[in-house]
Write a protein that binds this ligand. Structure first.
Ligand SMILES: *[C@@H]1O[C@H](CO)[C@@H](O)[C@H](O)[C@H]1NC(C)=O
Ligand SMILES: *[C@@H]1O[C@H](CO)[C@@H](O)[C@H](O)[C@H]1NC(C)=O
Length: 226
């Protein structure tokens, strides 16, 4: 009698214990979860470095991220329970579904799926490429632009990085450079109009470097010649 009650209770408990693994939340400083992305074994999206670890049951975000970070990469992705891939840029195509496999090293945590990467990125405000220094986030009013010259970086807006913008502005003789709305590079010599330093709104990553910020809507990350 008691035995059967206990076994029914245990059965109910184990049924309820089916967990849907979720992305890791206790991440190394500066890293954040970026989503589920498609990958393919023929053409790896993150192909700068990798390791597979099914055997030791240690694969999870806490082991994959430091591996990629120590090799200088700002994007880390776990896939198919036991695979860790590193690269410099977030893959193009968001998977939205398909990341459901538990990590080999943590059944509560998701580690991608078949042809799916669970992606984590390290995003920072670039302190300034060589010869330039960050002046922070500024407002940019479209009717009175903070910096008046909108310039193309080599390769176009898809290739925008902070360094691409500062070198483009520098080559044209300007002393200020501003990156805005992920893909725009503005140059000038002084901040125009009523535009001022502003806390917040510079949260868009650069189209050409997903590990650094490139302003936002009506906001730019401003850089000055050092
Ligand atoms: C990408 O951004 C990071 C962070 O600002 C920076 O250290 C790195 O040099 C950048 N890479 C390129 C190619 O601009
Ligand atoms: C932008 O500048 C115009 C003209 O000075 C002003 O009327 C408008 O209020 C400004 N908009 C913002 C969002 O600051």
């Amino acid at each position: 009698m008691y035995n059967s009650i206990i076994s029914i209770t245990l059965f109910a408990a184990s049924t309820l214990a089916i967990v849907i693994p979720s992305p890791a939340f206790n991440l190394p400083t500066g890293w954040e979860y970026s989503g589920c992305y498609t990958d393919s074994t023929q053409r790896r999206e993150l192909n700068s470095d990798f390791y597979f670890d099914m055997g030791s049951k240690a694969m999870n975000a806490e082991t994959c991220i430091p591996f990629c970070e120590s090799r200088g990469f700002a994007v880390a992705g776990t896939e198919y329970s036991g695979e860790c891939f590193c690269g410099p840029k977030i893959p193009l195509q968001m998977g939205t579904t398909g990341c459901y496999m538990p990590c080999a090293g943590d059944a509560m945590q998701v580690c991608g799926g078949p042809d799916r990467l669970t992606i984590y990125t390290s995003i920072t405000t670039n302190p300034g490429p060589a010869g330039w220094v960050s002046k922070g986030c500024y407002t940019d009013n479209v009717s009175v632009r903070a910096l008046t010259a909108l310039e193309q970086v080599p390769g176009g807006s898809e290739q925008l990085t902070v360094a691409a913008c500062t070198s483009t502005c520098g080559a044209l003789g300007y002393t200020l450079a501003g990156v805005e709305y992920a893909g725009e590079c503005f140059c000038g010599n002084e901040v125009q109009g009523m535009n001022v330093p502003f806390q917040g709104g510079c949260g868009m990553t650069c189209k050409g470097n997903s590990s650094e910020f490139c302003g936002g809507p009506n906001r730019l990350n401003l850089y000055a010649v050092a």
